[in-house]
Design a protein around this ligand. Sequence first.
Ligand SMILES: Nc1ncnc2c1ncn2[C@@H]1O[C@H](COP(=O)(O)OP(=O)(O)OP(=O)(O)O)[C@@H](O)[C@H]1O
Length: 579
Amino acid sequence: MIVHPELRRAARRVRRPLLAASLLQGAVTLTHLAQAVLLAVALAGLARSHTGQLPWLLTTVVFVVAARAGLGTWQRRTATRAGAEARVALRDELLAHLGRLGPAHLTTARAGAVRTTLVDGVEGVDAYVSRYLPQLLITLTVPPLVLAVLAVVEPMALIGLVPALLLALFGPRAWDRLLATRGKEHWDTYEGLGADYLEALQGMPALRAAGAVGRTRARLEKRSAALHRATVAKLRVSLVDTGITDLAIQGGTAAAALLACWSAVGGSTTATGTYLVLLLASECFRPVRDLAREWHAGYLGASAADGIAALRTAEPEVRDTGTASARWPTPPEVCFEDVRFTYDGAPEPALHGVSFTASAGRTTAIVGPSGAGKSTLLALLLRHHDPGEGRITLDGRSATQYSLEALRQGIAVVSQETYLFHATIVDNLRMARPGATDDEVTSAARTAGIHDEITALPDGYATVLGERGATLSGGQRQRLALARALLTDARVLILDEATSSVDERREADIVRELVNAANDRTVLVIAHRLAAVQHADHIVVLDAGRVEAVGEHAGLADAGGVYARLVEAGRTHPEELAA
Ligand SMILES: Nc1ncnc2c1ncn2[C@@H]1O[C@H](COP(=O)(O)OP(=O)(O)OP(=O)(O)O)[C@@H](O)[C@H]1O
């Protein structure tokens, strides 16, 4: 019965509709009580052969039943609205917070688990807030009122009702702690299973290639069996709860009826009083019965509350205290000044004092062997982490002086792992800038070298893409993502292996085109294939977290060192490198 602080918080947000839903629920309960009183009076009249009042009594009962139907519908609509508002507000808040947490959060949390919390957990909160909480309010107020009325009519009845009501309400509380533990175990298993399934679905091609589909299926079956065991364990405790409540309700009603009959036989209660006790005793327990039912609907929300609170309060890797806007009128210069960084728990720094400048409006390539620290540099520029020492400046200001949202909007990134959505091509492109004109869209697609292939499709730009762009080749997906980034207003463009799935000749063409088209942007290019970087204005060679050399393609290639070795290793198409 203790309401988790996270659920209280969700309820406070929708105070008004929730209060309205609770008042309407109260009105529905009043109709039950009114019906019981009317029927008790009617039955007592019948017992005394006074049938004169019967027609209007029964007509009123019909009106009460009709009113209940109307009020019930109104109540459900109001409660659904309260639940929907709570759900939407909570999901918005969690999504916004996830945005602030950035990709660094997903190095510790699993995407599938976050999805389960966001979707199923928040749905559970809706049920808890919209169904369980109004019923809880009614259960705490109506039975004491009914008992007060019965105390006037037939005090003896209280001997049976009060202990039964206390047992029905507080008996199951003895299992609260166990139920909470079981609920948490169930939720954790459910989240884990969701994460495993998402990973298995996304990694299906890799699993198939590794011949691991059977093993993965067996692992998932084990996980499902664990969830089944957790569900049964939770259910067992729930059934004990329900059993106690039912026993108390049945026993209390029977005891009250017996006591009422005994009083009637002894002549100390009128016929109306006896019928009132018989009918109101059952009404006294109705809210308790309904609460047990709504508890099952809201239980998922109660179990998910810890996970939701953890996600909502997760600390971002970096503090968002900057206020500057990243709407630079001209492309900014990007400077790395003696940047040092070590990942949490890593024995060695990933960057050992990196300094270089990416000139405003020019293209700077960052090359180096695997593990040299190229992606780490970009992650620091986007403030997924902050440097341990040194600083990064954009347009002369430290990256920390910009608000996170502004900074990330000011820097467009196209990475190796493109993300396209299940929508039309044009919608995927306009995601970057909803107001972009058709000409701007096609011009971006032309620069990214994808326009001709789009127009060759039967539906052209209106072609609906499969999930994650599954109906396109890897190279086409990358070029679409590139076109999308070109459409943004961002003055800094990062291409992180952005053309790695494009064939090498086309890659060289795209990068050349891009360098020409991006003269109003500062471009940073990371690529393994040298065809993609040789046209850069400036090449920074990284090795083991240090800047090994800085220069242009020809000079660096002649100077020996890491770049010359990379050229040697990448010389699969010598004619392109010579171009
Ligand atoms: N999240 C992480 N936690 C701990 N260490 C990490 C993490 N990410 C990267 N590293 C380590 O930091 C170093 C630099 O990695 P980084 O990904 O920046 O290299 P890279 O040059 O981009 O490599 P690649 O060309 O293979 O993508 C590596 O030694 C890597 O193992």
